[in-house]
Design a protein around this ligand. Structure first.
Ligand SMILES: Nc1nc2c(ncn2[C@@H]2O[C@H](COP(=O)(O)OP(=O)(O)O)[C@@H](O)[C@H]2O)c(=O)[nH]1
Ligand SMILES: [Mg+2]
Length: 350
């Protein structure tokens, strides 16, 4: 059987001063159609890329961000591109995986296949500090978006044409997250639009020549995206509002009914937290009052469980002669983790 022509796929390569790395990479990609997006490299990158017949070279002149470069690639696909690969040009991503990734994406009819360092069979040769940063970013992603994806920040991906077109028509991504955070923004939107997404193990190498283009500002952009769009920060803020409700009610009722006012204060703050989380944190809309009360009941039960956990940890640590305030703090943290995890995985499970 004749081999299928590989040029039905385009490979998008964002580049910024990567001449030495591209000298290694480009010869391995002769069989593919390449869309290289350069943002004003001054190291001879454009000269290296120009004049190759499988390369569409797009020069933008100034640094506009990694994901904005990917989107520029999406806007320049060929009409017969059914899948699109994005790959870093710094020698971190092994082009050997491209064919197996595309085959896997095709056979599973996926819209997005993420080359992942953190699934079984994947690995990363990054420095400890970079690994720590990337792992933290991914833990935050999973907690904030209630997702199972383990390598949300990876730039080695296979996109279906449908998803690429969907992303290009979504002008918010371009405006909000043109840089690294955009990888996660794309994933978040694809998840909530129910595109089919999986991960594929890759071996991630240390970058070849040159330095990372990641800046401190990119990290803040990521944190800002996660806190604005994710569940976790909103949940924390609602939790703080619950503490205020609790303290105010306790103050109001203490003189009237004594210690029993603690019960009223706790229950009222649980209910007010529920109402706010349902409306603001998880933005639940129109799925029936029956379900609403069921969620409220579940939330109540888990919160009472949280109170139990808090007290149990408090009493245990006190027994080990911890300072009571520290013991209580530990209790609060574990109880918070418990109620948050049950909220995203059970009460407001999507
Ligand atoms: N066109 C373009 N490419 C970029 C930009 N920022 C990073 N890249 C490229 O995106 C890939 C990943 O960047 P890199 O610096 O390796 O990020 P890191 O792996 O997180 O350290 C590399 O191929 C870079 O050359 C940008 O603003 N514009
Ligand atoms: Mg890199």
């Amino acid at each position: 059987m004749p081999e299928e022509p590989k040029r039905r796929f385009s490979i998008i390569i964002p580049v910024l001063n990567e001449k030495k790395n591209l000298e290694n990479l480009l010869p391995k990609l002769n069989a593919y159609r390449l869309i290289i997006i350069d943002d004003g490299s001054t190291d001879g990158t454009p000269e290296l890329c120009l004049g190759k017949d499988n390369v569409l070279f797009i020069e933008r002149g100034k640094k506009m961000g990694l994901v904005s470069a990917v989107l520029e690639g999406f806007r320049n696909l060929s009409s017969d591109d059914r899948y699109i690969v994005t790959i870093d040009s710094d020698s971190s991503h092994d082009p050997e995986s491209i064919d197996s990734m595309i085959r896997y994406a095709e056979s599973r009819k996926l819209d997005l296949l993420i080359g992942s360092r953190y699934v079984k069979g994947g690995s990363s040769e990054d420095s400890i500090s970079r690994k720590l940063m990337s792992k933290s970013a991914n833990i935050l992603f999973r907690l904030a978006f209630s997702s199972r994806i383990r390598d949300a920040t990876s730039g080695y991906r296979v996109y279906s044409r449908e998803l690429a077109d969907f992303i290009v028509s979504d002008n918010k991504i371009q405006a909000v997250s043109p840089s690294y955070a955009g990888q996660v923004d794309i994933l978040r939107r694809a998840l909530s639009a129910n595109f089919k997404i999986e991960e594929f193990p890759i071996r991630f190498r240390k970058r070849g020549e040159g330095n990372s283009k990641l800046r401190t500002g990119d990290i803040f952009q990521y944190l800002s995206l996660v806190s604005r769009k994710g569940y976790l920060m909103r949940y924390v803020l609602v939790g703080i509002s619950g503490v205020i409700v609790n303290e105010m009610l306790l103050k109001a009722f203490l003189g009237l009914i004594g210690n029993a006012s603690e019960v009223i204060a706790v229950e009222a703050s649980v209910i007010s937290n529920f109402v706010l989380n349902d409306k603001i944190t998880f933005r639940t809309t129109g799925n029936g009052s029956g379900k609403y009360f069921l969620r409220m009941l579940k939330y109540n039960v888990f919160n009472l469980g949280g109170v139990g956990i808090n007290i149990a940890i408090f009493l245990t640590l006190i027994n080990f002669s911890f300072n009571p305030l520290i013991a209580n703090l530990f209790g609060i943290i574990v109880a918070f983790a418990f109620t948050y995890l049950t909220s995203i995985s059970i009460v407001w499970r999507r």
